[in-house]
Design a protein around this ligand. Sequence first.
Ligand SMILES: C[S@@+](CC[C@H](N)C(=O)[O-])C[C@H]1O[C@@H](n2cnc3c(N)ncnc32)[C@H](O)[C@@H]1O
Length: 326
Amino acid sequence: MNGAARPVFSLDAPEARVYVGDCRDLLGRIDECARGAVDIVFADPPFNWRRAYDEWNDAMPEEDYLGFTFDWLDGCLRALRPGGALWVNIPDDWAAEIACYLKGRLGRTPAAKTDLRSWCIWHYRFGQNRVERFINSKVHVFWFVKEGGAATWNPGEVLELSDRRAIYGDPRTESKKDGMPPGMRVPMDVWYGQFWGRIQGNNAERRGNHDNQLPEVYLERVIRSTSNPGDLVLDPFLGSGTTGVVAHALGRRFIGCEFSRANAASAFARMKSGPVRLGAARAQSTAIFPARVARRASSRPPSGEGPDAEPKPAGAPRRPPRKARP
Ligand SMILES: C[S@@+](CC[C@H](N)C(=O)[O-])C[C@H]1O[C@@H](n2cnc3c(N)ncnc32)[C@H](O)[C@@H]1O
């Protein structure tokens, strides 16, 4: 190691450390990262959107930004243990390049081989209004696993109410054969729902001076599903500290890097005071139809109907349209 990095802030029980500087430089100088002992990385980098970050230049030429991106990705891959999880939150602009890089399909070879386990979408309401094209309301969420070891996957920690239970009270959801508890399912790979919106306005989670804070429920899903208590979580772009806040509250050890000292101080203060929404979205339904249970004589949905249903083959007989209720 070329001069061990020193944390600027730290907490105990479980241990949490915040480093100030460029993560590309810091990662090789933090013992656990240099040894490849990190269990899970969550990275929400600057998007090169000319944001007024406290200190970081968010307006690089495209080639420089891609070089920066591949460098920090390599630093994270080296920091991970074999089987460790690499999560990346990234918009349309750069998602394709990151996916291709980590899959080894670009000219430059990544520092480790990975397997793309899930390509999720974080869907949020209140995307910025526009009229010249569709309103953007999503960010890509990659879950890669570093090859060479066992991945951690705890679906039981993040289950939600199935639509069949929530909408229809369908008895088939009460005797499931997939090993999940009655009425529950693993979340879909499009993430949305109550408390999943962008953190804006008078949102209870909001921190001043951070305009790209992620919701706590998002990090809760990531951390619960792919790490265990006592595991080591790394966030190379700490920002307002959402990853650190949730990781610490869930009993995970934590390392955070942040370029801006002011942001690091604010994130650390937030880690000390703790989350405001922990558990708020657990086991909830994300159904987009209201419950029909009370309105039906039988709670069983007609086959082929409902949001979980398979599409009908072309030419399949259609049900006659329902009459409007008086
Ligand atoms: C998109 S924000 C992270 C937001 C965070 N996920 C949250 O929920 O608050 C990116 C952060 O990375 C920091 N940053 C930018 N470049 C960095 C670098 N090279 N090393 C460390 N931090 C950096 C910025 O100052 C900014 O606070």
